[in-house]
Design a protein around this ligand. Structure first.
Ligand SMILES: [Zn+2]
Ligand SMILES: [Zn+2]
Length: 61
């Protein structure tokens, strides 16, 4: 079973907990360092979970 590395899908996952945030009111923003699209679900936003960019490793609140 191949998961497929193509990121062409519109579904987006929470950077903190990994749930699918498509269709939710998740916060979407670009990584301040590398510009990668990051999404964070409302739950993690509320908990102020830190995120870590999977591309450049930037960490932010
Ligand atoms: Zn989350
Ligand atoms: Zn980044």
């Amino acid at each position: 079973m191949s998961q497929g590395e193509s990121q062409q899908q519109r579904s987006q996952q929470c950077i903190s907990c990994g749930i699918d945030v498509s269709g939710t009111n998740a916060a979407r923003f670009a990584c301040p360092k590398c510009g990668r699209r990051i999404a964070r679900c409302a739950k993690c936003r509320k908990q102020s979970n830190n995120y870590e960019c999977s591309d450049c490793g930037f960490r932010g609140p």
